[in-house]
Design a protein around this ligand. Structure first.
Ligand SMILES: *Cc1c(COP(=O)(O)O)cnc(C)c1O
Length: 389
């Protein structure tokens, strides 16, 4: 009778030790105070190049006020899934605003972008279908593919020619679905959406684009890469998150009324999760208004990102194929990325090291994420430090 539960989990200690030895063990960092360009992390004051708060809205008083106000009227918890009693006025208003903002018939709000991706793919494809997925797609798209139990074909990153050939051989399936990030989260490059849309057209495949990092940042009205490249009308399903540039939390899907109605029936994370608090929806409504009224935030951000990439290349760093506010400095090995990140941190600059499995082996990097709140002076500090180390 000496078996304790701990013994049966002893393998975990071994696994953790091997992660540690490989330089791949991650540790939780706790921030004090708001998410912003200046943060306090583990009691250290840092200039923050490691958030997805691209428009610097996470701590904007207008979002805080909208949330506070909604909590005053609708309380905090939503208490049920949307189909039962969880959908409040703020949720409904956000869905309407999202459809208007994105120029689509309808929108669906989910608890997170992860849930939106996983639930939507599994609702659109099943056994007897095939899903085509870019090798560098976000984990949530990949998990959606797995959940769907459809056959999955992974094509090399951005390689629409290879995709086209794979599609040509997939005639025997009931339905075909292509899924891709619009803006890739680690490389910061854009998907070739026009070519993907053409391939989808030629082979009668559905096309789903995840705009998580591009919503609010790319496109004339801030709708994302599809708008930027002028191909919105050729994309069947667009997914976004409220938790990055929009400074709140939650995910959304936009498209036709029929699509959204189907997801209401079949997207399991939507059906079986409690609706997010009304306050988070109200904050997102406020954020959409800011995106609409203050285009200079995204324009200024992308302009500074262009300049920063040029300057980094000038210093001899490898920024890969980045074409956005996400700028990796690719260094290869995890320890080297960790060391550079630690040296920047000594100078009060936070730039996270990104290691496998988030990026493929050999592509460990520092991931600079630029936001609207970064001034030229702050970026200058980063450049000086990078030149020194
Ligand atoms: C962050 C991210 C998500 C998940 O969004 P959350 O709202 O944070 O769950 C989905 N797709 C991509 C590409 C992402 O980077």
């Amino acid at each position: 009778m000496s078996t304790t539960p701990g013994n049966r989990l002893a393998w975990i200690d071994e696994e953790l030790a091997s992660l540690e030895a490989a330089g791949l063990r991650r540790r939780l960092a706790v921030r004090s105070g708001p998410q912003a360009v200046r943060i306090v992390l583990g009691r250290q004051k840092l200039l923050n190049f490691g958030s997805n708060d691209y428009l610097s809205l996470a701590a904007d008083p207008r979002l805080v006020d909208a949330a506070t106000d909604a909590a005053g009227h609708e309380g905090w918890g939503s208490g049920a899934s949307p189909l039962v009693t969880g959908c409040g006025e703020s949720h409904r208003q956000l869905q309407e605003e999202l459809a208007r903002f994105e120029g689509t018939e309808a929108a669906l709000l989910c608890c997170s972008g992860f849930a939106a991706n996983a639930g939507t793919i599994a609702a659109l494809a099943g056994p007897g279908d095939v899903v085509f997925s870019d090798r560098k797609n976000h984990a949530s798209l990949l998990d959606g593919c797995r959940l769907s139990r459809a056959d999955v074909r992974v094509y090399p990153h951005g390689d629409w020619r290879r995709l086209d050939r794979l599609l040509a051989k997939a005639g025997g399936y009931r339905r075909r679905l292509i899924v891709t990030d619009g803006l890739f989260s680690m490389d910061g490059d854009l998907a070739p959406l026009r070519e993907l849309a053409d391939a989808a057209e030629r082979h009668d495949a559905m096309l789903l684009v995840d705009e998580a990092h591009a919503t609010g940042v790319f496109g004339r009205r801030g709708r994302g890469v599809a708008e930027h490249l002028g191909v919105e009308d050729h994309i069947d399903v667009r997914i976004g998150t409220l938790s990055k540039a929009l400074g709140s939390v939650g995910g959304f899907v936009v498209g036709s009324r029929a699509l959204i109605e189907w997801l209401v029936q079949r997207a399991r994370p939507y059906v079986f999760s409690t609706a997010p608090p009304a306050a988070t929806a109200a904050a997102a409504v406020a954020a959409l208004e800011i995106v609409r009224d203050e285009p200079r935030r995204r324009e200024g951000l992308l302009g500074r990102a262009d300049r920063l990439r040029d300057q980094l290349r000038g210093q001899g760093w490898d920024v890969g194929t980045s074409a956005s506010q996400i700028i990796p400095i690719i260094v290869g090995q995890p320890d080297r990325a960790m060391e550079l990140s630690a040296r920047l941190r000594q100078r009060a600059l936070f730039v996270p090291a990104i290691r496998p499995p988030t990026v493929p082996d050999g592509e460990a990097c520092l991931r600079i994420s630029l936001t609207a709140g970064h001034t030229d002076e702050m970026i200058g500090k980063l450049l000086v430090a990078l030149a020194d180390i």
